[in-house]
Design a protein around this ligand. Structure first.
Ligand SMILES: [Ca+2]
Ligand SMILES: [Ca+2]
Length: 504
C-alpha cells in the first residue's frame, strides 16, 4: 500500500470518528461546478489513488480539494459524449426525452437554420432556476447546447458568459482568431456575452477560462447574492495541445512537438500534451480556490466564503483512449455505455457540510444536480418541470443509495443499432447493437468482465421490459451533428427500439 492510499484511509477514519457534519445545510450556498471534458477515470490523482492505478498526471490542487471533501466512487453522467451529457446536466432530463441525444451540428456552418437548435425553450434550465432563486450566475467555457439567441447561455439563465458556444476550441485562440473562413467549431469565436472577444496574443485558453472564473468569484464574493459558477473547461478534450511552458516544465528533456490538431504525433507526445492540459486545469482550480479564500486579493486568506461554497468536480463523459486518456480500471471509453463511457471522476467539497476525507460508494447522477442544487438554494422549480434525477442531499449525508428503488438508463444510438445499459441496484444489464445481453455486478465487477446473464435470467428480462417501456417515452433525435449521421439513421430505420429492447 503506498503512502497516498494510507493517507486517504487515515482521512476516511478521521471522517468517521472525529468530524461532525451540519445536519441541515446553510441556506443558499455558493455553487461552483467544475466540469472537465473527456477526462479519463484515472486521469486525476485522487481517483487514480482511490483505485490503485499508477498515473503520470499532476493534479495537486484538485487532489487536495477532493481529499478535503467526499469522493464519489459511482458518479454517472447521462450520456457518453459531450452535447447530450451537458444537456442532461443543465436541463435535469434525459436528452432523449426531447430529442437531444445527438451532438448539435457545427456552429461554423452558416446554412439556414442549421444552428437554430438547442435544448427546447420550454425546458427550464438549472441556471434559470438558480438565477430566479436569487443567484448571480456565470457560464465559463464550453457551452455546446445551442448557439443562437433562444439557446444561448445569456438567454438560458446565465448573467455572464465567457467562452465558446460550440463543441470545442483550439487552445491558442489568438491563432484561430486569424483563421478565415472559420471551417469548424474549434476556430469559432471566443465570446463574452454574445460579442466576439479577441484573445490576447499567445494566451492559453484554459488559463483564460480560469482567470475569468476566479474573477467572477472575486467580484461576487463580497455581494449579498450567492453565486453559481458553471466552470466548463474543454480540457482535456482534443486537440491535444498542452501549454508550451507546461510541457517544458513537466518534460524538461523533451522538445514537445505540440503540433495541434490533425498532425501525426506519437502516443508518447499525445500523453504528454494530455498531462500538460490537465496540469493547466489543475492550476486553474488552484486559482479558483485562491479566489474563494482571498476574494479581495489583499493576501490575507480566510474561510468565510469557503464555508459557504459547495464545489463539485466531474467530467462530462469518459476519457477517449485514442486521445491518450486512461479510464482504468473501467472498460471502454467515450461513446460507450460500458462504465468507461459513463462513469466519471467526481468529488464534492464544502467545509463543514460535506464529509472530509470520505468516499461515497453509491450511484449518483449528473441528473441529480439540478434538484439537489435547487434544494440547497431554496430555489423554486417550475411546477410543470419534469426532472429525471432527484435531490440526493439527505441520502448522501446519511450514506444511503439515492437510487436503490429505480432503474437507471443509458442509451446511445450507433449507426445500425443501440447500445443500452440498465442498472438497478448492483446489477447492470448491457447490450450493444444486437449482440447477447450481458449482466454485470457493479459491486464486485465494475470492470465488467464476468457476465452473469445466466444467473440472473428473470432480473434481466424484467430490466429489458422496463427499458422497453422507457423507450416508448422518448423522442427521436431533433438534430444530427453530420449529414452522414442523419442518412445512416434513416437508412437503418432507427431508433429500432422494438428490436433492441428484447431478449434476442
Ligand atoms: Ca466530452
Ligand atoms: Ca483577503
Amino acid at each position: 500500500m503506498n503512502s497516498a492510499v494510507i493517507a486517504i484511509l487515515l482521512a476516511m477514519n478521521f471522517a468517521l470518528t472525529g468530524f461532525s457534519i451540519a445536519q441541515s445545510a446553510p441556506a443558499k450556498p455558493n455553487i461552483v461546478l467544475i466540469f472537465c471534458d473527456d477526462l479519463g477515470y484515472a486521469d486525476v490523482g485522487f481517483n487514480a489513488e482511490l483505485f490503485g492505478v499508477e498515473t503520470d498526471v499532476v493534479t495537486p490542487h484538485i487532489d487536495a480539494l477532493a481529499k478535503g471533501g467526499t469522493i464519489f466512487k459511482q458518479a454517472y453522467v447521462a450520456h457518453p459524449f459531450c452535447g447530450p451529457s451537458r444537456m442532461a446536466l443543465l436541463s435535469g432530463r434525459m436528452p432523449h426525452s426531447y430529442g437531444g441525444q445527438k451532438n448539435l451540428p457545427d456552429v461554423s456552418k452558416n446554412l439556414e437554420n442549421y444552428n437554430d437548435l438547442g435544448i427546447p425553450e420550454n425546458e427550464t434550465l438549472m441556471s434559470t432556476v438558480l438565477k430566479d432563486g436569487g443567484y448571480a450566475t456565470a457560464c465559463i467555457g464550453k457551452w455546446h447546447v445551442g448557439s443562437s439567441k433562444p439557446f444561448h447561455p445569456n438567454t438560458r439563465g446565465f448573467d455572464e458568459f465567457y467562452g465558446f458556444v460550440g463543441g470545442g476550441h483550439q487552445y491558442y485562440p489568438s491563432i484561430s482568431d486569424k483563421v478565415e473562413p472559420k471551417i469548424n467549431d474549434y476556430q469559432y469565436f471566443i465570446e463574452r456575452n454574445g460579442e466576439p472577444f479577441k484573445s490576447p496574443e499567445g494566451a492559453y485558453l484554459t488559463d483564460m477560462l480560469s482567470g475569468a472564473g476566479s474573477k467572477f468569484i472575486a467580484t461576487r464574493a463580497s455581494e449579498e447574492k450567492p453565486f453559481f459558477l458553471y466552470m466548463a473547461y474543454n480540457a482535456p478534450h482534443s486537440p491535444l495541445h498542452g501549454k508550451t511552458e507546461d510541457l517544458q516544465h513537466l518534460y524538461p528533456d523533451h522538445q514537445p512537438a505540440n503540433p495541434g490538431n490533425g498532425i501525426n504525433f506519437s502516443d508518447y507526445e499525445k500523453r504528454q500534451n494530455y498531462v500538460a492540459m490537465m496540469y493547466a486545469v489543475d492550476r486553474g482550480v488552484g486559482e479558483i480556490v485562491d479566489a474563494i479564500k482571498d476574494p479581495n486579493g489583499d493576501g490575507k486568506t480566510d474561510d468565510s466564503v469557503m464555508e459557504n461554497t459547495l464545489i463539485v468536480f466531474l467530467s462530462d463523459n469518459g476519457g477517449k483512449i485514442a486521445q491518450a486518456a486512461n479510464n482504468a480500471p473501467l472498460q471502454d471509453d467515450k461513446g460507450s455505455t460500458l462504465e468507461g463511457g459513463i462513469r466519471v471522476p467526481m468529488f464534492m467539497h464544502w467545509s463543514g457540510n460535506v464529509p472530509a476525507g470520505a468516499v461515497f460508494d453509491h450511484p449518483v447522477l449528473a441528473l441529480d444536480f439540478y434538484p439537489t442544487f435547487a434544494g440547497l438554494a431554496g430555489a423554486e422549480i417550475p411546477e410543470e418541470k419534469v426532472l429525471d434525477g432527484k435531490d440526493i442531499w439527505k441520502d448522501f449525508l446519511a450514506g444511503k443509495d439515492p437510487h436503490s428503488d429505480e432503474p437507471i438508463f443509458w442509451l446511445r444510438h450507433h449507426g445500425v443499432g443501440n447500445e443500452i445499459s440498465i442498472r438497478q441496484g448492483n446489477l447492470k444489464a448491457y447490450r450493444k447493437n444486437y449482440s447477447a445481453w450481458k449482466v454485470y455486478d457493479m459491486t464486485s465487477d465494475f470492470s465488467e468482465s464476468h457476465d452473469l446473464a445466466k444467473e440472473n435470467d428473470d432480473m434481466l428480462n424484467a430490466l429489458i421490459e422496463r427499458g422497453r417501456q422507457w423507450s416508448g417515452t422518448l423522442k427521436e433525435p431533433q438534430w444530427f451533428d453530420t449529414e452522414a449521421g442523419m442518412k445512416i439513421w434513416f437508412k437503418n430505420e432507427m431508433p429500432q427500439y422494438e428490436r433492441s429492447f428484447r431478449r434476442r
